[in-house]
Design a protein around this ligand. Structure first.
Ligand code: SF4
Length: 281
């Protein structure tokens, strides 16, 4: 077995960060590069503290050029060129495919990393893959995926044009049970890294588990809906998981109210300030 496979993302990253830091120190290219070296080391440390592994971020190049590509690369306010985001996401996805940090790795068919545009207006976060997702390796496919796509389309959103869809855990919990706190904790670093790269303008959590894991709250979904939270400064709203709507049609109307409020938030016609913050902002 690949040794990296048997270790969690935190252990792998720590070792990588240490090795990389040592290698860089040994081959110090000269005095002129030392400030850059220092910044790179700081990034490595921050990555490890925040995600438990190296996200692949790089420091900005000097004199207006991008450290992530040539001047033809389109960048936005995050400083990431789109192709660079794709490369970073691919790197993390490759780690996820090899991950055995929790027991869900033993029963999965495929990992489900996420799907959508890499400069999303909205990041939609669910709980974890179901049977169909596990088969296809894609998030929100099958009946609940179709419903989610319709819900998003009703407020002008689509994974093809302006959304990215992911989950708290990347491997299917057996029998569609909820992921345990241990499993969620083992996996959340990957989602945090995705958010750091994608930098969505808004986040929509579908279902209580997604909200609990992302925001570290424990309220019932009835107390979470209708409020605006924040994760790392990004506004977050919560609504029902589409599979709950498939089980109980009476939830469709309140879910539609949630979506209209979310759209209003996006349009700047709803409550602006977050009521509760996560991530210190
Ligand atoms: S659920 Fe996440 S932490 Fe657990 S094995 Fe899959 S990728 Fe790794």
């Amino acid at each position: 077995m690949n040794e990296e496979v048997s270790r969690g993302p935190g252990v792998v990253a720590k070792e990588e960060a240490t090795q990389e830091s040592v290698a860089k120190t040994e081959s110090a290219p000269g005095a002129a590069s030392q400030p850059r070296q220092f910044l790179e080391d700081l990034l490595l440390i921050e990555d490890f503290l925040r995600y438990g592994f190296r996200s692949g971020r790089q420091i900005e190049a000097e004199e207006g050029t991008s450290a992530f590509g040539d001047s033809s690369s389109a960048e936005d306010e995050t400083g990431f060129a789109n192709e660079d985001r794709q490369a970073r996401l691919k790197d993390i996805e490759a780690r996820v495919r090899q991950c055995t940090a929790c027991v869900l790795s033993q029963s999965r068919s495929r990992t489900v990393f996420g799907e959508g545009v890499t400069n999303p207006q909205v990041l939609v976060i669910g709980e974890g893959p179901g049977a169909e997702e596990d088969r296809q390796g894609l998030p929100f496919v099958g009946a609940s995926g179709n419903l989610l796509d319709k819900m998003l389309a009703a407020i002008g959103l689509s994974r093809k044009t302006n959304c990215y869809i992911g989950n708290i855990v990347k491997c299917r919990p057996p029998n569609n049970r909820e992921p345990t706190p241990t499993e969620r904790d083992a996996c959340i670093g990957y989602l945090r890294a995705q958010i750091e790269i994608l930098r969505p303008m808004f986040i929509l959590c579908v279902g209580r588990t997604a909200a609990h894991s992302l925001l570290e709250v424990n309220d019932a979904i009835s107390r979470l809906r209708g409020r605006t939270f924040a994760f790392e400064g990004i506004p977050v709203r919560i609504t029902f998981h589409p599979s709950a709507l498939l089980r109980d049609a009476s939830l469709k109307r309140p879910a539609w109210e949630d979506l209209k409020q979310f759209r209003a938030l996006m349009d700047g016609t709803a409550d602006g300030p977050a009521q509760t913050s996560k991530g210190g902002e």
